[in-house]
Design a protein around this ligand. Structure first.
Ligand code: KIV
Ligand code: ZN
Length: 506
């Protein structure tokens, strides 16, 4: 049976979602979870894009042990050199070189003739191949490129040493019939002495990204690119969890398998949702909150008689947990470490001490600490340490029908900084105080609050997205706390600190 390779670009294309920015520690955490999920190749970032991207790609290259680690590069020598610098110590490095081939991109974006595009592909793919065994080439906007020229571009890349050809539907324009036929055409017409892997890369502008990826597989693609939860530029990318489940459930039709460990699916999706701040819609296939809920009486009756009447996927198959965790305030360190190991985490002494302390604080306030609570603590721990900045305290003066006053204190580079301000509401007063500390005035684009579990004693998770008024750069922050105001302050401190420390984009 064929095996389809999974290429995850959550950390690169997924991070192009407006407002999403993962720090290095989070990227490593995500990469390790993706490795556990069974991803074959991870696109860890675009090393030339910023110092932060470079460091994250390098850190992932050093942390993962099984996956191939890829970095993106334009057809420019400085991009390829930078990718090599970031990746050469990976167990299995790969470069992903791209150049647009469609007329609209050539004419308006690149200002290049067809001949110049072909010459650039030849030169840069060959340059990349001198440094990498595995070279992937993508003709950007392939689905709007005239077919004979696309074939010429692909053949040029193969002749110059590309081993993987990715066919991007950059603007989500194609449909399954057309996209499948495009793979059949390219595969039938290329000439190569070595095996070439064909790969799909679809965007979801018309809601067909998963269907298009599956059509590519039906027509000879042995690799699928996408992101977890389908996050990405504009309407997003192919949701890899959907492809993995389609191959499994409809194995009779696709006759193909993958390395994906399906029971790690929900955990992977939850981690991406938490760290990206992009909440999964309730009706999202595979991982949405309602994906396994049966509402109507007729459906409930059928499922009670035999789940197969209305359920093609069991929640257990994708690792949806229904039971809570038997940990509470009397649980000891051993039980805590044991549970963390069951969840797949291993921490050093210092990290365990810090997490156990936070678990105890939470267990003092909350009767039952659930798996959701623990996973959120782990994710929060990674994030809050990153920018050398921590919320110390929030003090509020609340008056009904009046202006609110806040005093906020943070520890920044081991120094305490305090500021106070008023606001029309409590959150505004807190955020004005934090703006004074950082001496910046970002625009608050988005504020979302979620209760992690049910019950009055649930922890609050707050996501904010702020925008730098000068550069229009968008940064997100997450705060987790038992108290909603404290969680709100933590999220804003985190985003503000990241904005202050942000590297410069090329
Ligand atoms: O959508 C796209 O064309 C891309 C390329 C960089 C492969 O993301
Ligand atoms: Zn893309």
């Amino acid at each position: 049976m064929r095996k389809i390779q999974f290429f995850d670009t959550t950390l690169r294309d997924g991070e192009q979602t407006p407002g999403v920015n993962f720090n290095t520690k989070e990227k490593v955490q995500l990469a390790l979870q993706l490795e556990k999920w069974g991803i074959d190749t991870i696109e860890a970032g675009f090393p030339i894009a910023s110092e932060g991207d470079f460091q994250a790609v390098q850190a992932i290259a050093g942390a993962v042990t099984k996956m191939t680690v890829a970095g993106l590069a334009r057809c420019q020598k400085k991009d390829i050199d930078r990718a090599y610098e970031a990746l050469h110590q990976a167990v299995d490095p790969q470069i992903h070189v791209f150049l647009a081939t469609s007329e609209v991109h050539r004419q308006y974006k690149l200002n290049m003739t067809k001949a110049e595009v072909l010459a650039s592909i030849k030169e840069h793919v060959a340059y990349a191949r001198e440094r990498f065994e595995k070279v992937q080439f993508s003709p950007e906007d392939a689905t709007r490129t005239d077919k004979p020229f696309l074939l010429e571009a692909v053949q040029t890349a193969i002749d110059a040493g590309a081993t993987i050809i990715n066919v991007p539907d950059t603007v989500g324009f194609t449909n399954p019939t057309e996209y499948g036929a495009l793979f059949a055409y390219l595969i039938a017409n290329i000439k190569s002495e070595q095996p070439i892997i064909f790969s799909s890369h679809c965007h979801d502008d018309l809601g067909m990204a998963t269907a298009n990826a599956l059509a590519a597989i039906e027509n000879g693609a042995d690799r699928v690119e996408g992101t977890i939860n389908g996050i990405g530029e504009r309407a997003g990318n192919t949701a890899l969890e959907e492809v993995a489940l389609a191959l499994h459930i409809r194995n009779d039709f696709y006759q193909a398998t993958s390395n994906i460990k399906l029971n790690e699916t929900k955990r992977t999706s939850d981690l991406v949702a938490r760290l990206s701040g992009i909440t999964v819609p309730k009706n999202k296939a595979i991982v949405g909150g309602n994906a396994y809920a049966h509402e109507s009486g007729i459906h409930q009756d059928g499922v009670l008689k035999n789940p197969e009447t209305y359920e093609i996927i069991t929640p257990q198959l994708v690792g949806v947990q229904t039971n809570s965790l038997p940990l509470g305030k009397l649980s000891g360190r051993h039980a805590f470490v044991d549970k963390m190991q069951q969840l797949g985490y291993q921490f050093d002494q210092e990290e365990t001490n810090e997490l156990f302390k936070r678990f105890k604080e939470l267990a003092d306030k909350k009767k039952q600490v659930t798996e959701q609570d623990l996973l959120a603590l782990v994710a929060d721990q990674g994030r809050s340490q990153e920018d050398g900045c921590e919320l110390e305290s929030v003090q509020l003066q609340y008056v009904s029908n009046g202006h609110q006053g806040a005093v906020v204190s943070i520890i920044k580079d081991e120094e305490k900084q305090v500021a106070s301000a008023i606001g029309a509401g409590s959150i505004q007063a807190i955020y004005n105080s934090i703006d004074q500390i950082f001496q910046q005035q970002p625009k608050l684009l988005n504020y979302e609050i979620t209760a992690l579990t049910s019950g009055e004693d649930a922890q609050a998770e707050v996501h904010v997205v702020i925008e730098c008024q000068e550069t229009n750069e968008k940064i997100s922050g997450i705060g987790l706390d038992f108290d909603v105001l404290q969680a709100s302050a933590k999220a804003y401190v985190q985003a503000s600190a990241a904005l202050k420390n942000r590297g410069v984009l090329v």
